[in-house]
Design a protein around this ligand. Structure first.
Ligand code: SF4
Length: 367
């Protein structure tokens, strides 16, 4: 890997980016909701050279949670005597239009369902321990950064009254699939620093080589993200392709051995549905059979079959399927700021605080 870019100020990195002799326009796909938050709220797109386009990719775990899992969560908390523990960015995610009853967990909560907000798996454990007679389900939608600590807690033993409704995803095979298509829509990748700290970068190295696409692991500050942008653009200028690590010392090529060990002792990998994208091979985490006792799908009825064909993954007229893959800008959706707002979201990308439309909308407000 190449060393860090020798700049540590916003102005310095921006000047270095502007000075690069780019061979043509470059579209960079970002894969992290937290980094997209920094990019949007800092107005980073406005200060980059015109030829550099920053696209937001599938970095929000809530937005890509399939409608069937969301339906299952809504039905469980309404029809069974359970408490649903969920992160707040799942609360307003909408089902398709033609479903009878509440379309979001928030609507279910307002109708009396016991939906409670947690910000980390440990909170779910503590709440379950505090009310041992109440059956609880932790609706866990996330990537390796959520699943690795959850795996540790499963290994230590969850409270008997707590089970997990899992929507865990890994993004590498999806990006590989897109890169194999005729028109991927981007020429460089910004990799999520915290996820790479768990997984390492070896898998990404192979991808950059196979598809000759520059990549850089990015940090979570404006300067750190700009340094990663500079790193991929510099590779592009030199017609090189590798993973530059701009999040040292947090990220190592081999990842976090202890976290990975826990992760794969508790979960195996199966095909998974991404909302708006469809089924992608080897992208979903599933609780191994040895931990079936904490699997909410085994402990409670499965209502997913009721969804039938009548519902779409996205509400009518919502362009989130394209937005999720960086193929469309939020503002190009006819609903953006018209029928879909931060305060009354219509599609999943506006409903989640890590969603691209939500963040772009907040960025516009802040500008
Ligand atoms: Fe979907 Fe709303 Fe975004 Fe349009 S603006 S793509 S309706 S979330």
């Amino acid at each position: 890997m190449s060393p860090l870019a020798p700049m540590n100020t916003l102005r310095g990195v921006l000047a270095a980016i502007e000075a690069l002799p780019l061979p043509g326009p470059v579209r960079i796909l970002n894969l992290c909701g937290d980094q997209e938050r920094v990019i949007s709220l800092a107005g980073m797109r406005r200060v980059l050279p015109r030829r550099v386009q920053l696209l937001a990719g599938p970095g929000c775990a809530a937005s890509i949670c399939p409608e069937a899992d969301l339906y299952q969560a809504i039905q469980l908390v309404q029809r069974e005597a359970v408490t649903l523990l969920v992160s707040d960015n799942m609360l307003q995610l909408p089902l398709g239009r033609h479903v009878f009853g509440p379309r979001t967990l928030l609507e279910a909560k307002l109708k009396g369902a016991d939906v409670r907000i947690v910000s980390a798996p440990i909170e779910a454990v503590l709440i379950a321990q505090a009310e041992p007679r109440r059956e609880m389900v932790f609706f866990a939608a996330g990537f390796e950064t959520l699943l690795a600590p959850l795996a540790g807690m499963v290994l230590e033993g969850l409270p008997e009254n707590l089970s997990v409704l899992l929507c865990g995803r890994r993004v590498e095979p999806l990006i590989e699939k897109i890169l194999s298509s005729e028109d991927p829509g981007f020429e460089a990748l910004l990799l999520p620093g915290n996820r790479c700290a768990v997984t390492g970068t070896a898998g990404w190295e192979d991808m950059t080589q196979n598809f000759h696409i520059p990549a850089a692991v990015a940090a979570y500050t404006s300067t750190g993200i700009l340094a990663a942008i500079h790193a991929v653009l510099r590779q592009r200028c030199a017609d090189e392709a590798r993973v530059d690590n701009c999040y040292q010392p947090m990220v190592r090529p081999e990842g976090d051995a202890m976290a990975l060990d826990r992760l794969y002792r508790v979960f195996d990998i199966v095909d998974g549905v991404w909302r708006g994208v469809g089924r992608v091979e080897q992208t979903a985490f599933r609780l191994r059979f040895a931990y079936d006792v904490v699997n909410a799908d085994s402990r409670h009825p499965d209502y997913r079959g009721e969804l039938q064909q009548s519902t779409g993954e996205m509400p009518d007229g919502c362009e989130c399927a394209a937005v999720l893959l960086g193929k469309q800008e939020p503002a190009d959706c006819r609903q953006f700021s018209v029928g879909c707002h931060i305060d009354s979201p219509y599609g999943p990308c506006m409903a989640s605080e890590d969603g691209t439309c939500y963040l772009r909308s907040r960025g516009h407000r802040a500008a």
